[in-house]
Design a protein. Structure first.
Length: 116
C-alpha cells in the first residue's frame, strides 16, 4: 500500500510538470506585451505564466529549449550588460526592461506602467 501511494504521488508530480503547455498568444500590432523566457518544466516559469493568465496580462511565451528563443534571451541580457555566465528563468522583458524571476508585485507595477 505504501509503495502504491508513493507511485501515485510520483505519477501525479510527473503529470503536473509535463501537462502544462503555455498558452499561445500572438499579439496584434500595437499591443504592449511581456516576453517571458522559460521552460515548461520550470516550476517558477509555470507559476509566472499562471499569474499572468490570472491577471489577464498580455504576454508572449518563449521556450528557451528552442535555440532561437535561447539566443534571443542571451542577446537581450548581453545588450543590457547582464551576466550570462549563470542563466536563470523565468526571465521577463517588460517594456524593454529585463527581470530575472521577478515578484508578482514587480510584474504588476511594470505592466501597469506600459499601459499608462
Amino acid at each position: 500500500m505504501k509503495y502504491l501511494l508513493m507511485l501515485c504521488l510520483a505519477f501525479g508530480a510527473y503529470k503536473y510538470y509535463t501537462d502544462y503547455s503555455a498558452p499561445n498568444y500572438t499579439p496584434e500590432a500595437g499591443d504592449e506585451v511581456i516576453k517571458i523566457y522559460g521552460t515548461n518544466s520550470c516550476k517558477y516559469t509555470r507559476e509566472t505564466l499562471a499569474f499572468l493568465d490570472s491577471k489577464g496580462m498580455k504576454y508572449q511565451y518563449r521556450d528557451v529549449n528552442e535555440q532561437e528563443s535561447f539566443q534571443e534571451m542571451l542577446s537581450k541580457l548581453e545588450s543590457k550588460g547582464m551576466s550570462t555566465s549563470r542563466l536563470e528563468i523565468p526571465t521577463l522583458d517588460i517594456g524593454g526592461k529585463l527581470f530575472i524571476d521577478p515578484s508578482e508585485r514587480v510584474i504588476t507595477k511594470e505592466y501597469a506602467s506600459l499601459n499608462q
